[in-house]
Write a protein that binds this ligand. Structure first.
Ligand SMILES: *Cc1c(COP(=O)(O)O)cnc(C)c1O
Length: 365
């Protein structure tokens, strides 16, 4: 295994800084002797709803389930279509497939890598039931435009906010900008559990209750099952750890922004481009674009810098989605991003000399 001079990310620094808080959380759960659907879950849900500006938060097992349960709770299923960007992590699209609906892909704006309301509008049909903008890389999609579009066509508006903890648009945080939002607390996200976790945020009390019931075997009263649900709950241990980490999220996002500003100011190589500047960016991922992607990736690797690609294969070219019938060339912007994108290392605790080293290697390329 390579010993990276600059790892893609690491959690050690932030976890050791708050280790007493994490240990206290873990002990509290052990001492209480209660592990599923309890006080930690409720406390975290309240704290995260307050943070995101939504009225309700429901903890679930992971980000994919958050999105899937939102669609299920609204009764979206076979025969329905949901609009989603062609350049997203596969989970956005799997959520749609799992409820039996058809994902209809939309090519993103090449300057922002985000689906736009104009792009989405062209793909609306009489079967369209929902739009799922993805706040990719920590950049919030144009939600005012999407809201107008959703209202005009009677569609549900679902934020895939899995990469957008702490990101803002016009002063408002992700999670309260549509009918509902799905978050992931996978360890690598801006707010990460020490395992799998996720949540749904919404202002709609019926939707929140329906998600809560569906996530708990379709039950609101023990052993009474009103509908066919699943098992996808935020466990007490992860909830307690997330509750301990949440008060630090703002400082971690601020640090991400500081590192990103250093990258943006220091990058001086015409062969390497940036996406359009976004003031509310939460910088979950820091993408750069280059036509010599593979050469740059191997240069970085040779010099001990662990960069990644998000994502090398757009959804329409994935084997799992052959049946959608799309071909190479159908989504040129998504394909171009898949061919040119590199994500630079960026994490709270990254040292000044590591950032400088990455910049030196990029500028000499
Ligand atoms: C991580 C992620 C998800 C899925 O979250 P999991 O907790 O891993 O299931 C969904 N959408 C996007 C855009 C993601 O980055």
């Amino acid at each position: 295994m390579t010993e990276w001079k600059v790892p893609y990310q690491e959690f050690r620094t932030i976890h050791s800084a708050i280790r007493p808080e994490l240990e206290a959380a873990w002990k509290r759960v052990m001492d209480r002797d209660w592990f599923i659907l309890g006080e930690e879950d409720r406390a975290f849900e309240q704290a995260f709803a307050a943070y995101s500006g939504a009225k309700y938060c429901v903890g679930v097992g992971n980000g994919l389930d958050a999105l899937r349960l939102i669609l299920l709770a609204r009764g979206i299923g076979p025969g329905d279509e949901v609009l989603v960007p062609a350049n997203t992590f596969i989970a956005s699209v799997l959520a749609i497939s799992y409820v039996g609906a058809v994902p209809v892909l939309v090519d993103p704006d090449p300057e922002t890598a985000l689906m736009t309301p104009e792009g989405a509008e062209k793909r609306i049909t009489p079967r369209t039931k929902a739009i799922m903008p993805v706040h990719l890389y920590g950049r919030i999609a144009e939600m005012e435009g999407f809201e107008a579009l959703a209202r005009a066509h009677g569609l549900m508006l679902v934020e895939d906010a899995a990469q957008a903890h702490g990101a803002t648009r016009n002063g408002r945080r992700a999670g309260a900008l549509g009918d509902a939002a799905g978050f992931s607390f996978y360890p690598g996200k801006n707010l990460g559990a020490l395992g799998d976790a996720g949540c749904v945020t919404t202002d709609n009390p019926e939707l929140a209750e329906r998600v809560r019931s569906l996530a708990n075997y379709g039950s609101t009263q023990k052993y009474h099952h009103d509908e066919v649900g699943v098992n996808s709950r935020l466990d007490e241990l992860q909830a307690a750890l997330l509750l301990a980490k949440l008060p630090h999220l703002e400082e971690w996002v601020a640090e991400r922004r500081r590192i990103a500003a250093l990258y943006e100011a220091g990058l001086r190589n015409p062969k390497i481009r940036l996406l359009k500047k976004d003031a509310g960016n939460g910088y979950h991922i820091f993408p750069v674009l280059t036509d010599r992607r593979d050469a740059l990736l191997s240069r970085l690797e040779d010099l001990g810098i662990h960069a990644q690609v998000h994502y090398p294969i757009p959804v329409h070219l994935q084997k799992a989605y052959r049946d959608l019938g799309y071909r190479r060339g159908d989504f040129p912007a998504a394909e171009k991003l898949a061919e040119t994108e590199i994500s630079l290392p960026l994490y709270p605790g990254m040292r000044e000399e590591q950032i400088q080293y990455v910049l030196d290697v990029l500028n000499r390329f």
